[in-house]
Design a protein around this ligand. Structure first.
Ligand SMILES: O=C(O)C1=C[C@@H](OP(=O)(O)O)[C@@H](O)[C@H](O)C1
Ligand SMILES: C=C(OP(=O)(O)O)C(=O)O
Length: 666
């Protein structure tokens, strides 16, 4: 996950490959609650790991359920409808699928068994309506206190209280379907007689009720229905765990990759694994909307393949009430269309993670788009004159994910623009690794992928500076010196003759090297300490003399230029490797400062050292580096010089980030 203030997406050009979707949020949280209410153990496989499921799992633990987690398999020992804890304060973040169903389940359990439970969330959750559900539960006899504004969380659910189950429970369905879902999940706990639920007003987001009914059936509850207007939970209903449940991939999360395929999979398809024609989730019908816009979609039982069909895309007018979450993706696809796209019947967008109609309109306009909006509709015109924009994401995962598709503007305009996504970690609600997954299936022109080079003499602190700058921007790191060392090490381990340049060069493309958090990994092995060892340095200098090795390493270094960007640290990064880099830094410190740093480093490792001779060595090495014939250590002409003798690491990092920001169009 990119836990940074902003993530810049360079212009992207094409997409192809396979994406494995994370588990469905709607299914994960329903199954967790159902397992918790059932008796015995339920093993849930392929569970979504995200903020929304984390708050549900925490709540279940607080209520006394046994929760054992092993990767994406979670085993729940249920309560069998009997409260173990009679008091709890549950923080439910911004997860509607936790807040609404837990409110109903705890309200009826507190009523029949006694207890007091508080449910709260993030500030936005306290602005998301729950009044219709509270009214229905109060109508039933539940005791519910408003702890904030009436009609909104936080709430206290108290008991005992006597429930009137002989008259129908009436609930409004026109603000959120989650209120009806919540009652359907909670009332089997008290179904001594038939319980009839009647829906008042036009029910929205209907396919989510289908998910609820299908999962209730898996846990032994066979709800009778009269269309969308009434539902009856039969007397004697009792939760029975199916033992094991597999969670399918998230169909709403699939929408970004369906959109991606429609826009950018011109040569080979994007394959999406985890949802398909047999999906339980209504959002899989997003593929029909995408196809209407021109996407070429194939669907198997558990997979989708999407490639570009009509191009430009076709503007459409669509009632999106049945796909409220996925439909947001259409508003960004609309920028690539041949005419306006109008989405209607989406009033619920205004009461979700943010006011999504306002948010999409505001941010699309920042890109230059003409957008109109009404109480329950939005219209987006195609965009030709794109502007670089920093997209505010309003702590809404879907806003962040949708706007990644704006980075393909180079497919429809001469002057491609990067897109800045603010607070990209908001995708953690349902898809923590969204951007990593995206970068796995898209390409950019190498020249469009930003590189910051940091060159400088030994012991100037390049490595630390490069790591910190990369961390702040979400970029990868290239420690070019380490490549020579790792080549020497790998050649020796493979038993190669280090004088055979061709043989040594041949292993270079097979090396799986990664820099992360100041560590160097070769495959799974952390080789950081190994590479620093004097003996490895000797191996490096032995292999570095071969032109074939140098050439292989040159290409390898260029290959580190990957999305979303690179910080390259070395001696000739700005001059030889990345001469077109938009920011080059030449880092120096006085010989005295560097000698002191090296001295402290050695002493802290228990290695005896002498400051004076260290300084002499450094000066001699500087001299050799500056005057060597190939790639001498000199600043690139357009490099920014940074003498960090008197600067803290933070101050050096800030300086480089300031220079970087000045070069950005945002
Ligand atoms: O029941 C569910 O799992 C959901 C129902 C929908 O909400 P509304 O019914 O409020 O539209 C949807 O937007 C939400 O992401 C998940
Ligand atoms: C509306 C959403 O979430 P919630 O489950 O919190 O309602 C969503 O994921 O788009």
């Amino acid at each position: 996950m990119f836990k940074i203030p902003f993530l810049d997406l360079p212009p992207l050009r094409s997409a192809a490959g396979t994406v494995r979707l994370p588990g469905s949020k709607s299914i994960s949280n329903r199954v967790l609650l159902l397992a918790a209410l059932s008796e015995g153990r339920t093993v849930v496989r392929d569970l979504l790991a995200s903020d929304d499921t984390a708050v549900m799992l925490d709540a279940l633990r607080a209520l006394g359920c046994g929760v054992a987690q092993d990767g994406d398999t979670v085993s729940i020992v249920g309560l069998g409808g009997q409260l173990l804890a009679k008091q709890a304060q549950l923080f439910l973040g911004n997860a509607g699928t936790a807040m609404r169903p837990l409110t109903a389940a705890l309200a009826v359990m507190a009523a029949t068994q006694g207890g007091s439970f508080e449910v709260s969330g993030v500030p936005r959750m306290h602005e998301r309506p729950i009044g219709d559900l509270v009214d229905a539960l109060r109508g039933l006899g539940c005791a519910i206190d408003d702890l904030g504004n009436p009609g909104y969380p936080p709430l206290r659910l108290r008991g005992p209280a006597s429930l009137a189950l002989d008259t129908p429970v009436r609930v409004r369905g026109d603000v959120s379907s989650q209120f009806l879902t919540a009652l359907l999940l909670a009332l089997p706990l008290v179904a001594e007689r038939d319980i009839r639920i009647e829906v008042i007003g036009e029910l929205i987001s209907k396919p989510y009720i289908e998910i609820t009914l299908a999962l209730l059936a898996r846990f032994g509850i066979d709800v009778k229905r009269e269309g969308w207007s009434a539902f009856v939970i039969p007397a004697g209903s009792r939760y029975r765990s199916p033992g094991e449940v597999f969670v399918e991939g998230d169909a709403s999360s699939a929408s970004y990759f369906v959109g991606l395929g429609a826009i950018a999979a011109a040569d080979a398809p994007i394959r999406i694994e985890g949802v398909g024609s047999e999906s339980l989730q209504g959002d899989v019908r997003f593929i029909e909307a995408a196809a209407a816009m021109g996407a070429d979609v194939k669907a198997g039982p558990n997979w989708l393949e999407v490639r570009r069909g009509a191009w430009p895309l076709k503007g459409i007018t669509l009632d999106c009430n049945h796909i409220p979450d996925a439909a947001m993706t259409l508003t960004v696809m609309a920028l690539y269309a041949d005419g306006p796209t109008t989405l209607t019947n989406i009033a619920s967008w205004r009461v979700k993670e943010t006011d999504r109609i306002a948010a999409m309109a505001t941010e699309l306009r920042k890109l230059g788009a003409a957008v109109e909006e009404g109480p329950d509709w939005i219209r987006v015109q195609p965009l030709h004159d794109w502007k670089a924009a920093a997209i505010h994401t309003y702590d809404d995962h879907r806003v962040a994910m949708c706007f990644s598709l704006a980075a393909f503007n180079g497919l429809v305009t001469e002057k491609a623009q990067p897109v800045r996504i603010l607070e990209p970690h908001c995708t953690a609600k349902t898809f923590p690794d969204y951007f990593e997954t995206l970068f796995g299936v898209v390409t950019a022109r190498p020249d469009d992928i930003p590189v910051i080079t940091i060159d400088g003499p030994t012991a100037s602190g390049k490595g630390t500076l490069a790591d910190e700058v990369a961390k702040a921007l979400g970029f990868g790191v290239l420690d070019s010196g380490a490549l020579y060392r790792v080549t020497g090490l790998a050649a020796r381990r493979a038993g190669l003759d280090l004088d055979d340049g061709t043989a040594v060069a041949a292993i270079v493309p097979t090396l799986d090297l990664r820099f992360a958090d100041g560590h160097v990994f070769l495959g799974q092995e952390d080789v950081t300490a190994r590479l620093r060892a004097e003996a490895t340095g000797l191996l490096a200098s032995q292999v570095a003399v071969h032109p074939a090795v140098r050439q292989a390493l040159h290409q390898w270094q260029l290959d580190f230029r990957r999305l979303p960007g690179l910080v390259a640290d070395g001696r000739d990064m700005g001059t030889a490797l990345f001469p077109g880099a938009p920011l080059k830094v030449f880092l120096t410190a006085s010989a005295a400062t560097r000698a002191e740093r090296r001295y402290k480093q050695l002493i802290s490792k228990g290695i005896p050292a002498n400051m004076e001779s260290l300084r002499e060595d450094l000066e001699a090495r500087d001299e050799r580096d500056k005057n060597r014939a190939s790639s001498p250590l000199t600043p690139a002409q357009d490099a920014q010089l940074l003498d960090n003798s008197a600067l803290s690491i933070e101050a050096s990092v800030d300086q480089v980030l300031n220079w970087w920001q000045k070069r950005r169009p945002f």
